[in-house]
Design a protein around this ligand. Structure first.
Ligand SMILES: Cc1ncc(COP(=O)(O)O)c(C=O)c1O
Length: 478
């Protein structure tokens, strides 16, 4: 990638060396800085296709040039941005590109990127509508639209957080509060010491973020009942335990390896609903609910009590963006309300920060609002359906070259068998091939390359090209 340098005029300086920008800064100077930055962003995005998907060692090494002693006197802002682009852009992993299949990472839809710029430009503190009417308004609408899109109960409350990890954290905090309040225990005031026991049910295949959320909530990562799973990594419904006392069940929509979903409806039919809370970690799999072709995977979803989902994965909005949706808003509120009297204002009733772990917060709903308005329901369905079709295409392209596929490709994840003794060499070759990128995993004791098709603009041709490149790297299967 060759980067143009914008000559920086020394006549008009946005930050004079060693000074704060002048309060009377000419707005045309600022516009010039932003236009220059937009130019760099456009140049990066237009060049992404020609860049190696993973930065080369040389590009990584060049990052050392950033590492200088803290300057006594600052640089002109244009020089700073120019350096970011010159040194940083070539070393950026092109996860916004069309052939990035690593982990579960979507790109950024144009409307989302542009709305994210507006979010930063407005720099709203979206904790309450007293400080950000626009941030709160758009967040409330975006959350309502998501609840409708997923077909969840309309009385639910959705709040934006940094990602699905914090989504599960917020949901499970509400669960803990809800169950203990019913038993007359005020966990917010008294903590968990001496509290009635809550049993927690996860699965052998729960994402590690659920364990992290449980750990943060004092519910314990290891004191869980981990339900055995089937060949796809989904809970075996008739092995889910039933408890008379309070229990939190953590189900999953979208296994990070296989894409499989726990059988929600059969599990719900089996357990004691009176004293339980059912949470669904649907970081990417919740999006199956929006598509008539895939919603059967999450049948029963709307009967759960809380749901965590990411915007930054499959909805293709920039990091960081996740959502916690809870059927009982009062429990979410109880878990996160504080006594910051200075925030109370009778003229404003939307203290969103009293429903989320944070107080000050980025207005993350704005990008989601923009994307949903831009795509409409049909565009979102198209995104999910297309990615799932492309995942199947990847699997077919590899299978026809003789590579065993280790999972049923039910969603957007594909597992391709790798020879165990060559995993590191294959990953090195994938890192260096420049055509595409994905990462290896272990599935049921077998080494595998995991392909996640989550980007909005991946094409059939990208899939065929990447599958051919992967086949050349692995070689003829034994
Ligand atoms: C099933 C599942 N849950 C939770 C997470 C964590 O999401 P985040 O990184 O947005 O916190 C992931 C990430 O891949 C995931 O696949």
């Amino acid at each position: 990638m060759s980067l143009k340098r914008t000559p920086v005029s020394r006549e008009r300086s946005i930050v004079k060396l060693g000074q704060l920008p002048s309060p009377s800064l000419d707005s045309s100077d600022l516009t010039e800085l932003l236009a220059m930055t937009a130019g760099y962003a456009g140049e990066f995005l237009q060049g992404v296709d020609a860049m190696p998907v993973m930065p080369t060692q040389e590009m990584r090494d060049s990052l050392a040039a950033f590492d200088v002693p803290l300057p006594q006197h600052g640089l002109d802002a244009r020089d700073v941005i120019d350096e970011l682009h010159r040194l940083g852009s070539p070393a950026a992993v092109t996860s916004v590109g069309r052939r990035f299949f690593g982990f579960v990472i979507g790109g950024s839809l144009p409307a989302a990127l542009a709305a994210d710029w507006m979010t930063s430009t407005w720099d709203q503190n979206s904790g309450a509508d007293v400080i950000s009417p626009v941030g709160i308004k758009l967040e409330l609408i975006a959350a309502r639209w998501l609840i409708e899109l997923f077909g969840l109960p309309s009385e639910s409350r959705g709040v934006f957080v940094t990602g699905a990890t914090m989504g599960s954290f917020a949901c499970l905090a509400a669960a803990r509060t809800h169950l203990l309040t019913k038993l007359g225990w005020d966990v917010e005031e008294k903590g968990l010491f001496g509290a009635p026991e809550i049993t927690v049910v996860t699965s052998e295949e729960s994402h590690s973020s659920v364990g992290k959320a449980l750990a943060m909530l004092g519910l314990g990562r290891s004191r869980v009942f981990a339900v055995p799973t089937d060949n796809d990594g989904a809970m075996i419904a008739d092995q889910v335990p039933v408890f008379a006392g309070p229990a939190i069940y953590c189900l999953q929509a979208g296994n990070v390896n296989t894409g499989s979903c726990d059988p929600i409806a059969p599990i719900l039919a089996r357990i004691n609903r009176e004293h339980s809370w059912v949470h669904v970690d649907g970081a990417f799999g919740l999006w199956a609910a929006v598509s008539p072709s895939y919603r059967h995977l999450v049948e029963g979803l709307a009967d759960a009590d809380s749901w965590a989902v990411d915007g930054h994965k499959w909805l293709n909005v920039p990091y960081d963006n996740g959502v916690a949706i809870v059927r009982y808003p009062e429990s979410l509120n109880r878990a996160f309300a504080t006594s910051a009297a200075y925030l109370m204002d009778d003229r404003h009733d939307n203290l969103v920060a009293f429903f989320t772990p944070e107080l000050s917060r980025r207005a993350r709903g704005i990008t989601v609002y923009a994307v949903l308005k831009n795509l409409g329901k049909s565009g979102v369905v198209d995104l999910i359906d297309r990615n799932c079709r492309l995942a199947k295409l990847f699997a077919d392209e590899m299978a026809k070259r003789g590579h065993p596929i280790l999972n049923r490709v039910v969603l957007n994840q594909v597992l391709i068998a790798l020879p165990r003794d060559r995993v590191d060499a294959i990953q090195d070759a994938v890192d260096q091939c420049g055509v595409f990128w994905s990462s290896h995993t272990v599935w049921k004791d077998q080494a595998a390359m995991r392909i996640s098709v989550s980007g909005w603009h991946t094409t059939d041709e990208d899939i065929r090209r990447s599958a051919e490149a992967l086949h050349e790297i692995i070689g003829e299967p034994a």
